[in-house]
Design a binder for this molecule. Structure first.
Ligand code: ADP
Length: 260
């Protein structure tokens, strides 16, 4: 896409010539389109639980719910409200990622410390599903905002728990391979069908809305992961087999201590 601007007041004059600026606006238009799509998707995703909440609340208000079903409807309202709250938190997270990280926020992030903190935080959710989390390997350090690397690991590990089976396993392994640090998160959960593999990093994409709505998911987690990884010059790949499990691999540039 190009935009053409005649610079001289009278535009371009065949006799006297003129000056014209041609600017490629493809990227700008594309990012405007992405923003428009994002808001349309966000609006739709928020409207669905809101419609359910209003519907259930109206039924209760009009006394149309049998006594023995009241708790069920109240439970539904709370679940949908929680879902809206998760979507809003993820949207706020994305908008904070769009803002530039300040120099003070960037620090040496030790991956073993961050993974241990994430493991401790997600342990209750894992034990509720009878899932074990193991952490091993050699730690490495990246220069980044702590909150970004924490968020990155947390999103991947919480997926490995959410989409796991009862009694499943989550293995977090760290590898220092020279200038690159690798974080592997492997689970033996429900897996992802082949046709969805290259779509799971898209904003709001969920493999199966039914199964993931139950898990309180928004389809934003992996897009946040990808965004963070891109910000720090890394890569993220995902491999999965339906019914067998998933392996997510994040590669980030390592900070080496020059005194070493
Ligand atoms: P969310 O989990 O909030 O829906 P994500 O962007 O993190 O959003 O993931 C997108 C979709 O990819 C999920 O809805 C789920 O269907 C699938 N997915 C992600 N991680 C896994 C995993 N470890 N095992 C199976 N499915 C997964």
């Amino acid at each position: 896409l190009v935009q053409v601007f005649p610079v001289s007041k009278s535009g371009i004059d065949a006799m006297h010539g003129g000056l014209m600026v041609i600017r490629d606006v493809t990227d700008k238009r594309m990012s405007e389109q992405l923003k428009a799509d994002f808001f349309a998707n966000a609006g739709h995703e928020l409207k669905t639980p809101l419609t359910a909440i209003s519907g259930f609340a109206e039924l209760l208000e009009n006394g149309l719910v049998p006594k023995d079903k009241k708790d069920y409807y109240i439970g539904k309202i709370l679940t949908e409200a929680k879902r809206m709250s998760t979507i809003i938190s993820d949207i706020l997270e994305i908008s904070s990622l769009e803002n530039k990280t300040t120099a003070e926020e960037v620090t040496d992030c030790k991956l073993s410390e961050i993974c241990t903190a994430v493991k401790e935080c997600l342990e209750p959710a894992a034990s509720a599903k009878n899932v074990t989390i193991e952490l091993s390997g050699d730690s490495f350090t990246v220069r980044a905002a702590y909150k970004h690397i924490y968020e990155l690991v947390e999103n991947i590990v919480s997926n490995a728990i959410k989409y796991n089976k009862d009694g499943g396993r989550v293995e977090i392994t760290l590898h220092d391979v020279g200038e690159t640090g690798c974080i592997y998160v492997r689970d033996n959960g429900i897996g992802i069908p082949k046709e969805s593999l290259n779509r799971v990093f898209e904003r709001f994409y969920r493999v199966d809305k039914g199964r993931s709505t139950k898990e309180g998911s928004t389809g934003l987690g992996l897009s946040i992961v990808k965004h963070i990884v891109n910000c720090y010059g890394g890569t993220v790949t995902l491999d999965s087999e339906l019914g067998k499990g998933t392996l997510v691999c994040v590669r980030l540039p390592i900070v080496k201590n020059i005194m070493e």
